[in-house]
Design a protein around this ligand. Structure first.
Ligand code: SF4
Length: 306
């Protein structure tokens, strides 16, 4: 059941990222929390007191905060998809229209709806297409969706929604996060990239993140509930932030491979970036991008508005 209530705290927060990595300068707009999809690797399952969907109702306060933050920060990228799925419950709540009504007043802010759902009905029925909106999908090979994302729509449904949003004129974001290692991962990710290539128009891609699997120890119980989970197949080590992630040489191998197959099958110019990776990994994978928050944020902001 969806709960509607007032947001008593701040709506806008700098993405907490993790220590000693290169943050991308993203901001979270906490307009709703909780997610119906319950994916095996999802940190919300460990962090939130309840996964019951909660939607905040004080839009005037949210707009005031946006006004304040937009005056203090250039190149603002913000979205609702960190503590929830931006569109999973949009047919029930209609929140996407309320957000668009407000974001229309802030053409200099790049706003992202981040989702695994296929519910773009409200987005494509909105009165106009705003050039500062990015609709992005978290995508994974079928093998991962079937084991780790049991309640989320399948790949075909998500790609169908990508096509609809793109045809309507929205910029598209793609998130390969988490990238999971399992027997046959290279072939599975290549097939995924080829499926994306059939629907995506490379010039419409605002950004494309690459993030390797990582999770805190406290998520183990939740992962174990997914009996077919393959999250423990790759070699995981505990990082200084307490999160388990793949051993660095494995992560480098993953990222090199993703970069290669995306560049070969989609576009040499695909605006790729890394989520929660340190400077060393950035320098190795994307030597052309200066690995600091301001530079990465500006690169992604400009890519979204080009
Ligand atoms: S790199 Fe990922 S976790 Fe870090 S600030 Fe950006 S979106 Fe947030």
């Amino acid at each position: 059941m969806i709960r509607f209530t007032e947001q008593k705290g701040k709506f806008i927060k700098h993405c907490p990222c993790t220590p000693d990595v290169v943050p991308c300068g993203y901001y979270n707009l906490n307009l709703h929390t909780g997610c119906p999809y319950c994916c095996s690797y999802c940190i919300l399952q460990a962090y939130l007191e309840t996964t019951e969907p909660i939607f905040f109702t004080n839009f005037d306060d949210m707009e005031k905060e946006l006004e304040e933050v937009s005056q203090t920060r250039q190149y603002l990228r913000i979205g609702t998809g960190e503590l929830t799925d931006s569109l999973a419950l949009d047919l029930q709540t209609g929140y996407s229209h309320k957000i668009l009504d407000i974001i229309e007043k802030f053409p200099e802010i790049v706003f992202e709806f981040k989702t695994k759902s296929s519910h773009v009905e409200n987005l494509v029925s909105y009165k106009k297409v705003l050039r500062n909106i990015v609709v992005s999908w978290s995508l994974n090979p079928r093998e991962v969706i079937e084991r780790e994302e049991l309640l989320a729509p399948g790949l075909i449904a998500r790609l169908g929604a990508v096509e609809k949003a793109q045809a309507h004129g929205y910029k598209i974001g793609i998130h390969f996060d988490p990238i999971v290692i399992f027997a046959g991962w290279q072939a599975a990710y290549l097939e995924l990239v080829k499926e994306i290539a059939k629907v995506i128009e490379p010039s419409r891609i605002a950004w494309w993140s690459l993030g390797a699997l990582r999770f805190p120890y406290s998520l183990r119980e939740h992962i174990f509930k997914h009996q077919g989970s393959r999250l423990f197949e790759g070699e995981l080590v505990k990082g200084h932030d307490g999160k388990y992630r793949y051993f660095k040489p494995l992560r480098l191998q993953l990222f090199r491979y993703m970069k290669q197959i995306i560049r070969e099958n989609i576009s040499d110019d695909a605006p790729l970036y890394l989520c929660m990776e340190d400077k060393e990994v950035w320098e190795e994978i994307f030597p052309e991008i200066h690995p600091d928050e301001e530079a990465v944020n500006q690169y992604l902001y400009q890519s979204a508005l080009k």
